[in-house]
Design a protein around this ligand. Sequence first.
Ligand SMILES: NC(=O)c1ccc[n+]([C@@H]2O[C@H](COP(=O)([O-])OP(=O)(O)OC[C@H]3O[C@@H](n4cnc5c(N)ncnc54)[C@H](O)[C@@H]3O)[C@@H](O)[C@H]2O)c1
Length: 326
Amino acid sequence: MTKILLTTTSYQDTPGPHHELLDSIGAEIHRERGPLSEDKMLELAGEFDAFLCGDDMITQAVIDKSLPRLKIISKYGIGVDKIDVKYATEKGIPLLFCPGVNHTTVAEHTFALMLSLSRKFVEEVNFVREGNWKRLTGNELMGKKIGVIGLGRIGKEVSTRAKAFSMPVMGYDLYWPEEFANEHEIEKAGSLEDIFTTCDIVSLHTNLTPETENMINAASMATMKKGVMILNCARGELVSTSDMVAALESGQVGGYGTDVLDQEPPPADHPLLTAPNCVITPHIGSRTYESVERQAMMATQNLLNCLKGEKPLAQVNDAPIPEALI
Ligand SMILES: NC(=O)c1ccc[n+]([C@@H]2O[C@H](COP(=O)([O-])OP(=O)(O)OC[C@H]3O[C@@H](n4cnc5c(N)ncnc54)[C@H](O)[C@@H]3O)[C@@H](O)[C@H]2O)c1
């Protein structure tokens, strides 16, 4: 019988038609609460035909241990930075993913973090709950210049929402979306420095790569406006944690709103948990009923197509689709 490892918690915890679609495969489903460490993946690997995974560590060693049985990896989501894509491709394993289903939800979450910081929302709600009618003064977003680093699907949605808030937008991307930028009057940054030195708010929306890892560090934050707000709905590793803590403590960074951390879940002594003006959510940027359903349907349909030997809706690599397994 075909055996599938399912690890994503939002997929499992959210009702929707994806459960029936998965059942329709008629496979044995082994359920775990991800994201799983490399050790846990190594413990499990070897007995599955397919992974329906989130941000679990799928390293070279995990792939080796999973073979020869593993035929398909269906990523529930868009970021594939925890998967050794090159090695999976070398081993002929198709890697499927879900572009174009969660970008509006993540953009809305970026605004939730932005508004939380600008209006000191978390502090104020906590004061009132404690019976304390303490009124703090916040900042307006109108007129604040936002720098969007990575004008991909999510970055574009953040930009159009920023425009609706009357915020000037400067964008930076390796591939400049000329038509979109012209249509929405997005200023083109010639370099990252243009963003760092001129923006009041910096929002990160690139994928995690060796080039983007730690792009926000002591040196880059020192070039930013004092009191800058930094938002991260992409990956924790884009930001140096120790440098961010120091910048928050000194006031160089006025607020860090992040949905992601370099260690998820964080250990109890993770320094950002107690850093000033830091609002952290537990990687829920794409976790809405609407987005989970779209993403879960796409990840399951990708898997189903591939199990039938058919083309998936979206594939990261060019590994050939195996012959039908069901
Ligand atoms: N918080 C969450 O729950 C959540 C949900 C979805 C995605 N994400 C993260 O958000 C990232 C972006 O998602 P997306 O759907 O917009 O992806 P996307 O591929 O559409 O956009 C990423 C953009 O970053 C650009 N980019 C890559 N490297 C760059 C660099 N060195 N400098 C400048 N630009 C660079 C790319 O050209 C691309 O336009 C994902 O890779 C993922 O890590 C997080």
